[in-house]
Ligand binder design. Structure first.
Ligand code: CMP
Length: 139
């Protein structure tokens, strides 16, 4: 389904390193409206389900360990062309490959500890949003 919304998480590394405020400022400056937001810590089961698509990948256990290691900031963002524009704003998965000025180039430290998540399709944006937020938490 086509939507003008995407889902994001500021990951445990960026939260721990004190980058929540700077990352939210970049998101606002890029024209995204925050329509849902919370700080939350995923359980192992949550992380395994959220990243189920990567379950067979060699990095899966480390990814789950990382994602449960501390709180994340989950949010739903609204803007025309939200999914694609947000992926441009955050940059490549591996910060070494990310363009200058992108959130991952500025704040990520490795391909795993890459500071922020952005949905890769409108369908996944909806699935991921509903994973983290109840209807009454979305505005
Ligand atoms: P993201 O694209 O948000 O969702 C999948 C995550 O898996 C990705 O961010 C990284 O945190 C992690 N990841 C992807 N590829 C690798 C890799 N090759 N090695 C370690 N972690 C990875």
């Amino acid at each position: 389904m086509k939507t003008n919304r995407t889902f994001t998480m500021i990951k445990p590394d960026a939260v721990e390193n004190g980058h929540i405020g700077a990352i939210l400022a970049k998101i606002n400056e890029a024209g995204f409206k925050i329509v849902a937001m919370k700080m939350t810590q995923m359980s192992r089961r949550d992380a395994q389900l959220f990243y189920a698509i990567h379950a067979e990948r060699p990095f899966f256990q480390n990814l789950v360990d990382f994602m449960v290691s501390g709180p994340v900031v989950a949010a739903i963002l609204e803007k025309e062309n939200a999914v694609a524009d947000f992926r441009t704003l955050i940059g490549a998965t591996n910060p070494a490959d990310a363009e200058d000025g992108t959130i991952r180039k500025l704040f990520a430290t490795s391909i795993q500890n890459n500071a922020i998540h952005g949905s890769d399709s409108d369908d996944n944006a909806l699935i991921e949003s509903e994973f983290h937020f109840a209807t009454r938490e979305i505005f």
